[in-house]
Design a protein around this ligand. Structure first.
Ligand code: GLV
Ligand code: MG
Length: 361
């Protein structure tokens, strides 16, 4: 077998389709807020949410009843056409969708209808239950054909959900499968079922998954601290590496316990610290948490700017508060500073907050 030449990855997969992007734009996507386009109560709220959340995602897959699949697809088309500022090149809030899984009776019509009707407004298509690069190749070619037919000038991007054991095994190949790949999210609920984990929750920890302190004075029944462990650490870390390697973006996924805002924040922060750029939001409450957690804190930026100022041309090492800083810590600080700059472009409150930070000498 001969390999595809690297330059051919940037040739459109259908005559007349837009050229693939060479770099995925770093658009802020701290919260991807899911809504059901067949639910009139949720749809009514969409116009006023534009500008308050980085991404609105019209969900067509799980959580939408079979009887409502067509209504959800059509509802999304109407919302995209009618809502000012939502999606497309000039949108202040990105518009994404999650289509039905590729083996379902709805996936093909989801793609045909959405690209044909609102391809110029949609930014990213989330594909669930991706098993391997072949799923991305399938979507890649169909999108090119549909884009050509619709006369689109901007390629649609693809986001995969990591929610099958085989998908996790193939995550690097999935991340590298197409120049359309924008990012990958963890799908803890389907992944738990597919792996036959013995949990019944949507994301988060489990009190049974723990490590216990050694017995004190040999008393195994005495009081011992237990530490709950993170069920998702391995998968998120693997996903982050695959995304970084491919130059695309990793995300946490759903956290189902809407009332437990404290544990939600913990899970989101773990993902942020490990390298994720955002998460899903299943309730307006989670948008505020995600926006806060996935934006660098004032303390982070204060410290990062101090290191940048102290390091000059970036070579050598300096001591700040008894800690050694060198090229590698400078690079970490630049990740935070650059993220703050990107977020300042779209979030006036953050812009003001970051602007007031004074850097100590
Ligand atoms: C998301 O789709 C999940 O299955 O967790
Ligand atoms: Mg799922």
């Amino acid at each position: 077998m001969s390999f595809k030449s690297p330059k051919d990855f940037f040739v459109p997969l259908a005559v007349g389709a837009p050229a693939p992007l060479r770099e995925i734009p770093a658009r802020p996507s701290r919260a991807i807020h899911f809504f059901d386009p067949s639910n009139p109560k949720m749809v009514d709220k969409i116009p006023q949410m534009v500008g308050t959340v980085d991404v609105l995602l019209g969900n067509l897959e799980d959580a939408i009843k079979a009887d409502n699949k067509v209504a959800a697809r059509e509802g999304l088309v109407s919302i995209a056409k009618a809502t000012e500022g939502l999606g497309g090149q000039s949108g202040t809030t990105q518009l994404w969708t999650r289509v039905n899984s590729l083996d379902s009776p709805w996936a093909l019509d989801d793609l045909i209808t959405l690209v044909t009707e609102i391809g110029d407004r949609l930014d990213v298509i989330m594909v669930p239950k991706v098993q391997g690069p072949e799923d991305i190749h399938y979507v890649d070619r169909i999108l090119a054909q549909l884009e050509a037919r619709a006369g689109l000038t901007r390629p649609l991007l693809v986001h995969a959900i990591l929610e099958t054991a085989r998908g996790v095994a193939n995550v690097e190949a999935i991340a590298l499968a197409s120049p359309r790949m924008q990012g990958i999210s963890l799908g803890p609920a389907d992944l738990a079922a597919d792996r036959k984990m013995k949990t019944t929750r949507v994301g988060g920890g489990h009190p049974g998954y723990l490590v216990r302190q050694d017995p004190v004075d040999g008393d195994i029944h005495g009081a011992r601290t237990v530490f709950q462990q993170d069920l998702w650490h391995y998968t998120i870390a693997k996903m982050v590496d695959a995304c970084a390697e491919a130059g695309i973006y990793p995300y946490y996924g759903p956290f189902g316990d809407i009332t437990d805002v404290v544990a939600t924040e913990d899970q989101f922060r773990n993902a942020f610290l490990l390298g994720c750029v955002g998460t899903w939001s299943l309730h307006p409450k989670q948008i505020e948490i995600a926006n806060r957690v996935f934006s660098p804190s004032v303390e982070d930026i204060q410290h990062a700017r101090r290191v940048v100022a102290a390091m000059g041309d970036g070579t050598g090492a300096v001591m700040l508060d008894g800690k050694m800083e060198d090229d590698a810590s400078l690079k970490q600080c630049l990740v935070l500073v650059e993220l703050a700059e990107e977020l300042s472009k779209i979030d006036p409150q953050l812009k003001e907050l970051y602007a007031t930070i004074e850097v100590e000498a």
